[in-house]
Every structure is written in C-alpha cells, then in structure tokens.
Design a protein around this ligand. Structure first.
Ligand SMILES: NC(=O)c1ccc[n+]([C@@H]2O[C@H](COP(=O)([O-])OP(=O)(O)OC[C@H]3O[C@@H](n4cnc5c(N)ncnc54)[C@H](O)[C@@H]3O)[C@@H](O)[C@H]2O)c1
Ligand SMILES: [Zn+2]
Length: 686
C-alpha cells in the first residue's frame, strides 16, 4: 500500500475509486473497520478529485468529493448551523498557496491566525439550555447528526453544567486519549470484547454504543460554539469556552496560539508536529484559522468546509498492514518476546517491518492471527507496535499464531506462569546456548562439551561466557558431579586444543548473527587478529568482501556488545592462530540463510537444494554442513529453508514440516540413498 495513488485513467477506474472511497468512509465513520490508512484514503480522494477536474461531465452523484464525511453517513437531528469538515494542505507550500488564496478573496492580508492541534477524534455538538447539557449530536452528513446524548456522561471535559446558565451549543472533538485507549482495551478484553484497533474507531464505537456492561471514558476538546458573541476572535472564543468549564486544547502542550504572520504559523506547526509523539492524545494535523471575526465572516464557508480555516495534515501514525509472521526472541534475561514481522509499510517516512507484540497473553486477548490486516502504530522514535487486528476483514486465509513449546534459544522449558514468558534458565539461557554453539564441530570443536556439560558448567557458575572455558582448572572440574579424572583431563585437553584454533573458527564461535563459516573466514582473513576485529566499525567491516553495508552494520553493533568478551579471549591467547585455508569447494553454510557462493558445474548445477531429516546410507556420517558442502561441490546451491525457489529436497528419516511444505509446492524429493547415487562422484573419499 502506498501513499500516492496512481492517476485514474478511465471512467471505469474512476467509478471503482469512488466506490472504494465511499465504502471506506462508511466503515471509517461507523466502526473504523476501513482497510485503508488515512494517507491511502487521502491519496485516493486526490486521484478522484483530479479525475473530476479533468472530466467534469463524468462526476458521479455518489462521489465523496465536496461532501462532509464523503457523503457516507447520515443523521436525523438537524444541525443549527452546518457542521463542516476542513480542507487539507499537505506541506508548507500548499499552506502558503492556500493563505494567498484566502487573502485574494478578502482583498487584504489576514489579520492574524490561530494555530491549534487537529484532534484525531469525532466532531460532536453539545447543546446546553440554561447552562445544562441537554443533547449531544454527531456531525453526520454535516446538516443532520445522530443523537448520542446517552454517551455524554462518559465524556470528560464536557461539563453537565456550565459555569453560566446560558443557551449555547459547544462544538469540539471527542476522542480517546492514549491512556483512555489503553484502559478501554483493558476493559474490553476483560469483558471478552475485541480490542479497539485504533483510538478513533474506539471513540466512534463508544459514542454510538448503548447498553454496554462496562463504561469507557472519553475526552472532549471544545473548539467552537454557536450562540456566543459573534464578534469574538477565534482565540478569544477558545478562552471563553474554557471559562464556561469546557476542556480545550489550551490544557495541553500543543495549546492554540495566535500568530501574526504566516512565518510564525509555519513555526508553530513545526513545534506542534515536534510535540506530537509526546502529547497524551492523537493528532492528525494542525488547524490554521483566520483569527478575527471580520476575516471569518467575510471569507464565509463552502458546502463542505469553511474558507477561513485549513488543516495542515501530518503523516499518519497509524497504518494498516499485514501480519506475516511472529518471531520469538530470547532476551538477555531469558524473556521470550514475540515480535511481529509485517508486510513493510511506510509510517511517517520510515519503513516499518517489525513491531512489538508485548506477550503471548496479549496476542491471545487481541485475537491476532497470521495474515491479519492490522493497525500498526509508530510515533516519534518509539518502537512500532501492533494494535488489534481488523477482524472484520478476514478472508479465511488467516492461521493461528503458534506459541513456542520450548525455549527457542536453548531448547529448555518455558516458564509461562507470568505474562512475560521466560526461559527457565533465565540469564543462563544465553550462556548455555552460546557455549554449546561455540563448542560445536564447525567452531572450536571441543569434544566432550555437549548440552549436559555446558548446562552443568553454566549452572555451577564456573562459566558465564566462552572465554571462561579457558580459565577452568582441574580442581574446579573435579568438584562437579559426575566428573571423573579421565573426563576432566579429556575436557581440559580439548579446551587446550581449542585455544589454538584458527581465528576464523574463534570468530565463528562468537555466534554473531549473519556470520557463518565463510563470512567468519573472510572477516578473519581481512582483519588478521581479534584485536583488529574488536576495533572495526561498520565502515571497516563493510570492506570485507561480500559482506554488504547492511550486514556490516549489524555485525558492528553486535561486536560492540561483545567487546568485553573479545578482550577476555585475547587475554587468554585464544584466536592468535592464522586463518585456516578454505577447504576446496566449501561454501558458506550453517547460517540458517541461503548460501551466497555460487556452485560449480556438476550434477546439481542450477538446483536449489534443501537437506532435512537424518541422513542414512552413504551419507549417514555427514553433518549438515558437510551435506551443504557436498551440494555446493556438485554445483548446486544449498539452503536451509524450503521456498518456491527450492528445486530439490533431500528428505532423510524424521523429515517434518520441510517435507510437507516441499510436497505442497510440488518440489522433487529424494531419499538420502537416491541422492548419494546421484552424487556418487562427489562423495567424500575416506
Ligand atoms: N481511512 C479511511 O478509510 C478514511 C475514510 C474516510 C475519511 N478518512 C479520513 O478522514 C479525513 C476526512 O475526515 P473529516 O471530514 O472528518 O475531515 P478531517 O478530519 O480531515 O477534518 C475535519 C474535522 O477535523 C476535526 N477537528 C479536529 N480538531 C479541530 C480543530 N481544532 N478545529 C476544527 N476542527 C477540528 C473536526 O472533527 C472536523 O470535522 C480524511 O482526511 C481521511 O484522512 C479516512
Ligand atoms: Zn533458553
């Protein structure tokens, strides 16, 4: 989904666009279930307007242009004075042009402006008789609204009684502040009602709802009145609304401000935009109004909007996108946190691909499913978060989010007693997992340091990271359960051998994301020592052949965190040996990612091969890395995950989901024996 709708080229495209806009508006103003973000809706409307300007004879009667609420909603209580919308401008130049147009119409400069936040809620009219609130209405189609008086007592800032016993109609915006939105969703979920996907749709639904078994509070901000002195400037009117007891935006940091010049207006817009992320309520723009009564009266209003005011829109903070996947990451303290993988969406100029999901209970309560369209919120520098799904828009392709049954990092149990799930190993989770990885055959190759022993070493407190392995003493090891003299001596000898493993293996043992064996070898060859690697920044790393700037940045960030460990390893004289030469035909593998190196010519030329399950027959002794090397030697490309690009799956015993997926995709599947026969000439000779 983009912010710029492409131009409409035919009357059929135009009719489709009108239908889409009307449907979106109807959804937007009733329950908020529109599939379009505001930017997308605005872009669609701009395309419709442009088409209508080019083809004035073709304008459809139900076109949303020129109508309040796009003509999508009605009401049955007539308004005293029409409740209009606002025209929009999207940048400083458009604002300047708009102001110039207004001054041309007036035939004189505007005598001062009032600049105030554009509150992202719903317009209401609140009628008072002798100072008492008697009726509340929605904007409807601008000429008549719906009676929503039943909702008035839950609206903070909208007094039941004014400070003066006058007849007046207050107009303003009703919204859910950020705190009210969170509280509302807490209450909704406790009542097993679906969470609100967006504060505005939550406010719209709440204003309309009757007979709910719970109460959700909203907030009113007054910005207009019918029945007060007609000669008041707008800024003076706002002040008298506050005196009457109504809440106004003057109560916030983005308080309305009178500005004498358009430069001052632009400056205030920038200030309010900068305050936006910190405001306790959502705004979708800044409203600029001619301040004096004389200017406003003379400018007058069109059928949809006044001519004396304009909304300078700000980029939407909420966007609709699709939830593609949920990743489970284990933090330093063992907290297992879900992270949403999204169809990339641009929010306020930043492409968002990931968003936080809090915890599993929250996912369940929000009833999120993979494939759902959902609102994603990003404001300022905060981490984007997924709000509730647009469950009305499900098409049957959605699937449940599967929660992990074991710690995704160390494989041990998960403590699910708290809202935030945690690996039972807590802080030790990371240590255990990294020691097991480092001791692996392709890294430091420390025989006798498998799962149980790694756990024992970490839990005894002797080892907190891999450098600690090199300071273990015989006495320390002998004091551990089930550690006899022989196994102690063997382990110490294996560790001693590991100390002189070449630099590339030591680097690989660090488990830096995105650096498997090949990349570790390249990094080691490029820098030559652990100290040089430690000193490398993203720029220096980017010079490593084939790394790319993005990976260089990620590696640099992780190395910064690992600096103390690198120092400890250097102190222990680990990794001082030169890099081992690349084995002939060996290619990068074991990163869990597609391999980079292109294969050589052979029986697998052009094949993208995935190996799964346990190997049998002539391949029984090969590790997964050796299998991958074999694939590359035979000219193929080895990969760890089945995708549409996969052409061949080698499925050994206990092949699970990869086999199912390959079958679904119609990919050729061979047994290890069949595969071995195909590659007879390339099998390792020993
Ligand atoms: N996503 C969708 O499918 C969809 C559909 C329809 C409309 N929309 C969004 O709604 C917008 C149009 O809606 P609209 O007609 O309500 O216009 P609007 O929200 O752009 O502007 C008019 C409204 O601004 C509000 N407002 C807030 N603060 C104000 C202030 N200080 N002074 C005066 N008014 C203030 C009032 O409610 C007023 O009616 C579009 O720009 C679009 O972004 C989205
Ligand atoms: Zn764990």
């Amino acid at each position: 989904m983009t912010d710029t709708a492409s131009p409409l080229l035919s009357s059929a495209d135009y009719a489709d666009a009108v239908a889409a806009a009307v449907a979106a508006s109807a959804a937007y103003y009733t329950d908020g279930s529109t599939p379009l973000g505001d930017d997308e809706y605005d872009a669609l409307l701009r395309a419709i307007t442009a088409y209508e300007e080019e083809h004035p004879g073709e304008v459809l009667p139900d076109s949303p242009t020129g109508k309040v609420a796009g003509g999508a909603v009605q009401g049955d209580v007539p308004h005293s004075v029409p409740m209009l919308s606002l025209d929009n401008v999207f940048d400083a130049q458009e604002l300047t042009d708009w102001a110039a147009g207004l001054e041309r119409r007036l035939g004189r400069p505007v005598a001062g402006w009032c600049v105030e936040p554009k509150l992202d809620g719903l317009a209401v009219a609140a009628r008072y008789r002798a100072g008492r609130l008697v009726q509340m209405l929605t904007r409807g189609d601008g000429l008549a609204g719906e009676d929503i008086t039943h909702a008035a007592d839950a609206v903070l800032g909208l007094p039941a009684t004014l400070t003066e016993p006058i007849d007046v109609e207050l107009r303003g915006e009703v919204l859910l502040t950020t705190a009210q939105f969170e509280e509302a969703n807490r209450i909704r979920l406790a009542h097993e009602a679906p969470a609100f996907a967006h504060p505005r749709s939550g406010a719209a639904g709440t204003l309309r709802a009757k007979d709910r078994p719970y109460r959700i509070e909203l907030t009113f901000f007054a910005y207009d009145a019918i029945g007060l002195d007609l000669d008041l400037s707008h800024s003076a009117l706002l002040a008298s609304l506050a005196v009457l007891g109504a809440n106004t935006a003057a109560s916030s940091a983005a308080a309305p401000l009178r500005c004498e010049s358009l430069d001052a207006v632009q400056q205030r817009i920038d200030e309010i935009a900068a305050l936006r992320a910190a405001l306790p309520f959502g705004i979708d723009g800044v409203v600029v109004k001619a301040d004096t009564a004389a200017d406003r009266h003379q400018a007058g209003s069109g059928s949809r909007a006044p001519r004396w005011a304009v909304a300078r829109k700000l980029a939407a903070e909420h966007k609709v996108t699709r939830l593609l996947d949920v990743e489970w990451n284990v933090g330093r303290t063992g907290i297992i946190a879900p992270r949403a993988v999204l169809e990339p969406v641009v929010i306020d100029g930043v492409t968002v691909t990931y968003a936080t999901l809090h915890n599993p209970a929250d996912i369940t309560r929000r009833d999120l499913m993979l494939g759902d369209l959902c609102y994603v919120f990003r404001a300022g520098d905060v981490i984007p978060r997924v709000e509730a799904p647009l469950a009305e828009l499900r098409d049957g392709s959605q699937t449940p989010i599967v929660f992990p049954s074991a710690c995704p990092r160390c494989g041990d149990e998960i403590d699910t007693s708290e809202q935030r799930w945690r690996c039972v190993r807590g802080r030790n989770c990371q240590a255990v997992a990294s020691v097991i990885y480092a001791a692996g055959r392709d890294q430091l190759d420390i025989e006798g340091l498998g799962g149980t022993r790694a756990i024992q070493l970490v839990e005894s407190g002797l080892v907190t990271d891999i450098a600690d392995l090199f300071t273990l003493t015989r006495d320390q090891l002998l004091a551990l359960d089930r550690m006899g003299e022989t196994s102690t001596d063997n382990l110490l000898a294996a560790i001693e051998t590991a100390r002189s493993q070449p630099l590339n293996r030591v680097f690989c043992a660090l488990g830096v994301r995105g650096t498997g064996r090949t990349m570790s070898r390249r990094i080691a060859a490029h820098f030559g020592s652990l100290a040089a690697i430690r000193a490398a920044d993203a720029e220096a790393l980017a010079e490593v052949p084939g790394i790319g700037t993005e990976k260089a940045r990620v590696v640099a960030a992780e190395l910064l965190e690992l600096a103390p460990l690198l120092d400890k390893l250097t102190e222990q004289q680990v990794g001082t040996q030169v890099t081992e030469p690349q084995r002939p035909g060996a290619a990068e593998a074991g990163d869990g990612a597609d391999t980079e190196a292109a294969g050589e010519a052979g029986p697998l030329t052009g094949e993208a091969v995935v190996v799964t399950g346990s190997m049998t027959g002539p391949l029984a002794a090969l590790s997964r890395n050796e299998m991958n090397e074999l694939v590359e030697r035979a000219g193929g490309k080895a990969s760890s995950s089945v995708s549409k690009r996969t052409t061949l799956l080698v499925a050994g015993e206990k092949a699970g989901s990869k086999r199912t997926k390959a079958e679904e995709l119609g990919i050729r599947i061979l047994t290890p024996e069949e595969f071995a026969a195909l590659l007879a000439d390339h099998l390792p000779q020993d």
